[in-house]
Write a protein that binds this ligand. Structure first.
Ligand SMILES: Cc1cc2nc3c(=O)[nH]c(=O)nc-3n(C[C@H](O)[C@H](O)[C@H](O)COP(=O)(O)OP(=O)(O)OC[C@H]3O[C@@H](n4cnc5c(N)ncnc54)[C@H](O)[C@@H]3O)c2cc1C
Length: 800
């Protein structure tokens, strides 16, 4: 062990080994991995080694596909066998809803370029896995590139390939302490102290403790997981080919061949957390006692699905732990305020995802950002609230139990709810509000007319359709009131506030008393934000954005801070309402002594609204005459009451974010995580029209380069011929059988009476009038490119 490395990776499981390999592969060989015992000594040695294609997040599915391709490469580079069994795999559906969902998932795979998947009927499914009982099977999805590997061999292959590239692996040496230094980290180990520029927490079952060594409370917990390996099954022994990997989505099980028997793994309905504060340091190559009573229901389903199991014994039981985050995706990336500390934790399927995690993290450490949009596994998608132990227990448990249970886009899950509530929450609930959750905050979805109303989970249009339609109509015809506590607000002050904002935002800054849309770019010219900047004219500025990006944006701001600037996230103390619709001015004027009615479009100023000191911006995401009224959290209840009372005779109606999503779609206003992501560029998304090319800003060089070589795809608006379901995202778009793009978001435009979508489309097909088709919930529907902003294209309503 040397006294200094550029990077120290803590943990020699599959994830740490993959991070080490990718760092070395990308040219950083002054790197080492420190392992408490020997490689694989955490979860990795007892994993089932299966890999399969499905993931609800298409970006993560792409990284899984990368991992699968990588396995044979590391075998070659290291000379160490990974024990590859590329058997192909089958996910089976046992209910009509699930079958519909699989058909949608199949189309999503096509959208992201994973072509080696196909749908199969029940007979073919049964033929592909002859020991499987076909009862209840309606269909399945076959993927060529699924199977299993030898877990220990794979970890050694990653590590071996890394060593050949100059990296070091140090075993039997526990990291005891971490200390932040001026230029990196001091890593205190059993064998002495080393310094490094970067330290990576890849400590798996011990990630919690290695987080705490740096003062970080990671939202992660281990849970136990069973699989059994059967004795020899004569039907399997008689086969001339290997069985495929089978995931029985209704049965909570996965199955693969193991020698002449099978391995049956179980996602346990009655889940079992284990050592929530991290595994004991002395924990070795150990397992928990199997608990067959707890998993009896799933075992029964498994034995029915594979009846041969009823005639042979169980050779081995494995009940081991592995780690989960609240949404089941990994926790990867840097941590705000801890420069040089990187997470590669909570990787629930390390053999499937470890390659993608290692690649992305190594790119991030070396180049400052990963190539792919990895927000879905970014540790900054959670804030401090997620460190709460009960929250972690509820959410990780919910994810684990629902691992194979489909979640509908309109479905609200109960774990960790209601966590944070804006003050008017109770009164809004009494008014019928139905809530969703964003970054721990309850946000209004719509207002149900009756307490008995129950929204049915569906992939198609839901029974809340008419409610949302009525809310949209109120906004378009009269006036609507939306609680916008679920927007983030950052306050920027100090002598260098303006020059700092000028550098981080690519747009021209607003004049005093004005607001402006402001794209924020990374150094490589990718989007980092679709923000709104307010210049209050008193030396204070606000940045407003998506609430769930609070920590993500704060990390970016902090990393790019310079000069005498004070930046505060005021989203908890400042909340507010949006008033939108042709009668919005009348309502606000009734409550205001000042000349709020004279506020120009995109103007902003302080006003007294009723009894409350407010800040008001004249803008609206709905595309109507609108005012965003910001108040102190303590004023939230009173301001709501005052606004509703003032608008009572004008037909004011409260609405939720479901209506807002429809209204903004009719205006072709993009939103983050759909039209705007860190994977896209300004020219692809139309954000370039807000760029001020005359000034210097982060990402200018790359954005200029893009300007002279326009991208192959860009965002368009589509009208879709759909009667019962609307696009939601990642549906493939076709032109005469050729895939020419994919949907970024979609929905029903209630005031236009049309199914609409926004889409990333190849340039050659992006002209108005081009006839296309889109697969929505598995069914091909006609679509055509239309001019942006089908509602009020000239923007007269907003400017009224
Ligand atoms: C029963 C079971 C079946 C599974 N089946 C599959 C499957 O089929 N496919 C799949 O992809 N995944 C599967 N998994 C999950 C898989 O095992 C994990 O995703 C993976 O092992 C996580 O790897 P890791 O490197 O993050 O963590 P770990 O394997 O836990 O590695 C962490 C390492 O860090 C070391 N360490 C911790 N603290 C320190 C310290 N302070 N100093 C030095 N070293 C330290 C530990 O000793 C350990 O070796 C399964 C898990 C279980 C339990």
């Amino acid at each position: 062990m040397k006294s200094h490395y550029r990077v120290v990776v803590i943990g020699g499981g599959v994830v740490g080994a993959s991070v080490l390999y990718h760092l070395a592969k990308f040219g950083w060989s002054d790197v080492c991995l420190i392992e408490r015992k020997v490689l694989t000594a955490g979860s990795s040695w007892h994993a089932a080694g299966g890999f399969h294609a499905l993931n609800a997040d298409p970006n993560i599915a792409s990284l899984q596909a990368y991992t699968i391709d990588l396995l044979s490469e590391i075998e070659k580079e290291s000379g160490q066998s990974v024990g590859m069994h590329m058997t192909g795999g089958l996910s089976i559906a046992g209910t009509p809803d699930r079958w519909e969902w699989l058909q949608s998932a199949y189309r999503t795979f096509q959208s992201i370029g994973i072509e080696d998947v196909r749908l199969v009927g029940p007979e073919e499914a049964a033929a592909l896995c002859p020991i499987m009982s076909p009862h209840d099977i309606l269909g399945g999805m076959w993927a060529d590139r699924e199977g299993y590997i030898d877990t220990t061999g794979t970890v050694h292959a990653y590590a071996g390939a890394a060593k050949k590239l100059g990296a070091e692996v140090i075993e039997n040496n526990r990291v005891l302490e971490l200390h932040q230094t001026a230029d990196g980290w001091q890593v205190v180990t059993e064998k002495g102290t080393v310094t490094c520029e970067h330290v990576v927490n890849a400590a798996g079952l011990w990630a919690k403790q290695v987080g705490r060594m740096a003062g970080i409370e990671l939202p992660v917990s281990p849970l136990n997981h069973h699989y059994l390996i059967s004795d020899t099954i004569p039907e399997v022994a008689a086969l001339d080919h290997e069985l495929p990997l089978v995931v029985d989505l209704e049965g909570f099980t996965y199955m693969r061949q193991d020698q002449k028997g099978i391995l049956l793994g179980i996602y346990e309905i009655d889940h079992d957390h284990w050592m929530m504060d991290g595994a004991p340091w002395e924990y070795g190559f150990e397992l928990q006692q199997e608990d067959t009573d707890r998993i009896e229901r799933e075992l029964t389903l498994g034995f029915q699905r594979y009846p041969a199991l009823q005639h042979v014994g169980v050779k081995t039981w494995v009940n081991g732990a592995f780690t989960f985050s609240p949404d089941g995706n990994p926790l990867v990336g840097p941590v705000r305020g801890k420069p040089g500390y990187w997470c590669a934790c909570a990787v629930m399927a390390g053999f499937l995802q470890g390659g993608g995690v290692g690649k992305s993290l190594a790119e991030w450490i070396i180049h400052g950002e990963p190539e792919a949009d990895v927000f879905g596994m970014d540790v900054a998608r959670y804030g401090d609230y997620a460190g709460n132990k009960r929250f972690i227990k509820e959410t990780t448990g919910q994810f684990y139990t629902r691992r194979f249970v489909m979640t509908y886009p309109n479905e609200q899950l109960p774990a960790g709810r209601a966590l944070r509530m804006a003050p008017a929450h109770s009164e809004m609930t009494a008014a019928g509000c139905r809530w969703g959750a964003s970054y721990g905050l309850e946000v209004p979805l719509y207002f149900a007319p009756s307490p008995d109303f129950v929204e049915k989970p569906t992939l198609k249009r839901s029974n809340a359709f008419d409610i949302v339609a009525a809310e949209c109509a109120a906004v378009r015809n009269d006036v609507g009131l939306l609680d916008i506590s679920g927007f983030s607000r950052f306050e920027v002050t100090g002598p260098d506030a303006e020059s700092w904002l000028n550098r981080v935002m690519a747009s021209k800054l607003p004049a005093p008393g004005r607001a402006k849309l402001a794209p924020m770019l990374s150094e490589t010219g990718k989007l980092k934000g679709d923000l709104t900047v307010f210049n209050w004219g008193d030396g204070s500025w606000w940045i407003m954005g998506s609430y769930y990006l609070r920590e993500w944006h704060m990390r970016w701001f902090t990393d790019h801070m310079d000069g005498d600037v004070t930046l505060r996230d005021i989203s908890d103390s400042t909340v507010g309402f949006s008033l939108a619709g042709p009668k919005a001015r009348q309502v606000i004027e009734r409550l205001c002594d000042g000349d709020v009615g004279a506020l120009p479009f995109m103007g902003c100023a302080s006003f007294d609204i009723g009894l409350y000191r407010c800040r008001v911006g004249r803008l609206s995401v709905a595309g109507e005459l609108g005012y965003e009224i910001h108040c102190h959290a303590m004023d939230h209840i009173g301001l709501r009451r005052a606004l509703l009372q003032a608008g009572a005779d004008l037909g004011i109606r409260e609405y939720g974010f479901n209506a807002l999503l429809s209204l903004r779609l009719e205006k072709s206003f993009g939103i983050w995580s759909a039209e705007f992501t860190q994977g896209y560029t300004p020219a692809q998304t139309g954000m370039d029209r807000w760029i001020d090319w005359s000034k210097d800003f982060i990402g200018k060089t790359a954005a200029l380069a893009e300007r002279s070589a326009p991208p192959a795809q860009h965002i368009v608006t589509l009208e879709i011929d759909a009667a019962d379901a609307d696009a939601s995202g990642f549906e493939p778009i076709w032109h005469k059988g050729q895939r020419v793009g994919f949907v970024t978001s979609g929905g029903y435009g209630h005031s236009l009476g049309k199914s609409l979508a926004m889409a990333m489309l190849n340039r050659d097909f992006a002209h108005i009038g081009t006839e296309l088709s889109v697969h929505i919930v598995g069914v091909e529907r006609g679509a055509k490119v239309i001019a942006p902003s089908p509602y009020d294209p000239a923007g007269k309503a907003m400017r009224a």
